[in-house]
Design a protein around this ligand. Sequence first.
Ligand code: SF4
Ligand code: FES
Length: 262
Amino acid sequence: MNFTLRIWRQKGANEGGRFVTYEAHDVNPGMSFLEMLDGVNQKLLVNGEEPVAFEHDCREGICGSCSLVIDGIPHGPDHGITTCQLYMRRFPDGATITIEPWRAKAFPIIKDLVVDRSALDRVMRAGGYISVNTGGAVDGNALLIGKDQAETAMDAASCIGCGACVAACKNASAMLFVAAKVSHLALLPQGKPERTGRVGAMIEAMDREGFGSCGNQYECEAVCPKRISVRFIATLNREYLRAGIVESALPSDSESPHAESV
Ligand code: SF4
Ligand code: FES
């Protein structure tokens, strides 16, 4: 198969960028999208040219680092997969494919197709954790959790923090990401001690980092490689409302999350 690639090239965060056209010849239909880019880079290196910088790690849909907008869609035209799980047979032979980085104020471009997604890490640091006593592993049956609850928590926990939801949203909102993290922890007993403070802290961090507001357009769900449902945004909103009620009911001198019983 042969393709014409329009790839965004940008030397650094403060440099201007532009699309550069490359030809990819003799591409095996069984190649992944990233393997096809590897081939392009190999040829660029042989010709003494600068290879295209793009992010990747696991190449099996786990790490969330392969952040490419392909023909205007984060992670490309297929649903429920990451860029590294996309195969070239998905495209018609001879197609022109446009490849861009995630575009969002909170994700500044580092180089070419690589963006800085550390804003998501800082949102996590604001509240996406639990406090546990270190020591021996807890017995598997010590905390009984209902099947529905466990499965819903697992659905939310499958978010890999790729940021495609942000890239797809015209407001560059990180609501689906935050909703997945807040819902996952709110549903499990281990997440209860920090439950009230977590939601507000993560939403504040999201605003601070420059992510926009949710516009209820559902582009985020449409491109999410883990099919995280927008229903978790409703859970996030309920958590936020609940936290406000709990906080207004708490004595003003009490900062302890253990004081809550709701
Ligand atoms: S919610 Fe989906 S699209 Fe957003 S960061 Fe998580 S896995 Fe990626
Ligand atoms: S490289 Fe890890 S999810 Fe694609």
